[in-house]
Design a protein around this ligand. Structure first.
Ligand code: HEC
Length: 184
């Protein structure tokens, strides 16, 4: 007499083998992808500054102006320091130190004479984008600030990044290491 259970019992090991086989195939299929992800690295960190891991904020060109600046020869640059909303709020409230999440970006261009009006100076080619990010824990060793200097979107070398805090610390310590004041 055939038991009604005998049918599923017989196929049980076959099912396990089939499922195990499928799992192995699925895992093996993933391996090349996992390896390629590991080798490619994080696309964000590839453009991050040495030492600090600071990147160029995506939408900084839309940020509000804090103040313009001008740099004499030999650099001959026009600059504009802009900030994210956390920065702008802190400036407007006169809040010091700047809160975590503050990001300041210094944009810079070659200073050129206007072709339309001799005494006017206008921005020429963009030169550098410099970034300061406030994270008081992560960057505790450098006054709570992480630094990044970029040319054509690529970070400059580590040696240049070693100079940032030293100068900001020496000259702007009393203003949370930030030189720029809100333009009146
Ligand atoms: C020799 C001094 C010096 C060094 C080195 C220096 N800075 Fe600055 N930084 C300044 C001065 C002065 C300003 C004020 C704006 C201006 O005059 O361009 C400034 C402004 C800034 C600002 C705007 C916020 C602020 O503090 O006013 C950022 C962002 C910035 N620097 C980033 C950097 C980064 C990143 C580095 C390193 C790659 C760096 N700085 C190295 C002197 C320096």
């Amino acid at each position: 007499m055939t038991s009604p259970e005998s049918e599923p019992k017989k196929s049980f090991p076959t099912t396990i083998i089939a499922v195990a086989f499928l799992l192995v195939v699925a895992l093996l299929t993933c391996v090349p992808y996992l390896v390629s992800i590991a080798l490619a690295g994080d696309p964000v960190t590839a453009d991050a500054s040495p030492i600090f891991g600071v990147t160029v904020p995506v939408n900084y060109k839309q940020w509000e102006l804090i103040a313009p600046a001008e740099e004499a020869a030999p650099l001959d640059e026009l600059r504009a320091v802009v900030g994210n909303q956390v920065a702008i709020d802190a400036y407007q409230d006169g809040k010091l130190p700047f809160p975590d999440g503050t990001i300041l970006v210094k944009r810079a261009w070659k200073r050129v004479q206007s072709p339309d009006f001799a005494s006017a100076t206008i921005p020429g080619a963009a030169t550098t984008v410099q970034v300061m990010v406030k994270d008081s824990r992560k960057y505790a060793a450098t006054g709570g600030w992480g630094f990044g200097r970029f040319i054509n979107g690529k970070p400059v070398d580590e040696a240049q990044h070693r100079t940032c805090f030293a100068c900001h610390e020496a000259r702007a310590r009393g203003h949370d290491y930030v030189f720029t004041r809100l333009a009146p």
